[in-house]
Design a protein around this ligand. Structure first.
Ligand code: FPP
Length: 264
């Protein structure tokens, strides 16, 4: 079955929806700059896009949506911007609470959450608790998050356990590390989208990215629409994921045009 996108020009196949979609939401500042507005106005508009994308992913049947909302490095931004982002986050958690609970969404947060202001934690923790048994979709916000920092925290805890004699160093393998990564409790991301035109990963979900499909959109995050989301998913559906193995369907093997030309 095909699900038509709002503009009817992209078709998303209903049976091959990526289970875990992760998004690097970039371009709020530039969106504001283009309108001679303060950067915070871009973040405010960006939080409206968050709301739209949560709804769109739920409608498509995405099982997990992880959003990079604030990186560990973002603390270095001007205080006025950090404060505004924390306020927007609190507003979002308060205003979306009913919709999250009413639609069976489990809310989660990963990152160095202890660094968040008390006013944010005071709404975040109860929402996590109230939604813990929901299973329609898991919405995870990566907050004060860094992929390297997450790996380091897991390594630190494993080292402590080895020292305490709780586990043997020989038991530490890729699977054990995977099980310990908070950001991967919902499984590896299948599709990672970055908006805003840059093509980099910026310390997001490093351990889980091993076999993720990457999609880069030129849309600035506040402009990113349901149609853009469908285009990203349609692109994902057109790819053959091989996970290091040999392809199953030779028709899906993409030979880049330059390689085809160079090989006659
Ligand atoms: C990157 O854009 C975006 C962020 C650092 C923050 C993302 C925050 C939101 C989308 C709004 C609040 C979040 C929630 C969950 C309600 P940028 O500022 O780096 O943009 P630029 O590259 O154009 O400067």
């Amino acid at each position: 079955m095909l699900v038509p996108s709002p503009l009817m020009s992209t078709f998303v196949e209903a049976r091959n929806i990526p289970s875990h979609v992760a998004i690097i939401m970039d371009g709020n500042g530039r969106w504001a700059q283009l309108r001679d507005l303060p950067r915070v106005a871009g973040h405010r508009e960006g939080s409206r896009t968050v709301r739209r994308m949560v709804r769109a992913c739920r409608r498509l049947g995405v099982k997990a949506l992880t959003l990079y909302a604030f990186s560990e490095q973002n603390w270095e931004r001007p205080e006025i911007e950090v404060d505004a982002l924390m306020e927007l986050l609190r507003e979002f958690l308060l205003s979306e609470r009913d919709e999250i609970l009413g639609n069976g969404i489990r809310f989660n947060a990963v990152g160095n959450l202890g660094r968040l202001p008390g006013l944010v934690r005071a709404v975040l923790e109860p929402l996590k608790e109230a939604s813990r048994d929901n299973d329609a979709m898991t919405l995870t916000l990566a907050l004060s998050y860094g992929g390297r920092e997450e790996i380091a925290a897991v390594a630190r805890e494993l080292a402590r356990q080895v020292k305490a004699g709780e586990i043997d160093a020989s038991e530490i393998d890729a699977e054990l590390l995977h099980r310990r990564m908070p950001s991967l409790s919902v499984g590896d991301p299948d599709l990672v989208i970055r908006t805003g035109g840059e093509q980099r990963i910026s310390n997001f979900l490093l351990y889980g990215l091993a076999y993720a499909e990457l999609y880069f959109s030129n849309a600035l995050w506040p402009d990113f629409s349901e149609h853009d989301l469908h285009a990203a998913i349609a692109s994902f559906q057109g790819r053959e994921r091989r996970f290091g193995l040999v392809g199953q369907d030779p028709r899906l093997l993409t030979i880049p045009p330059q390689a085809r030309a160079a090989n006659g």
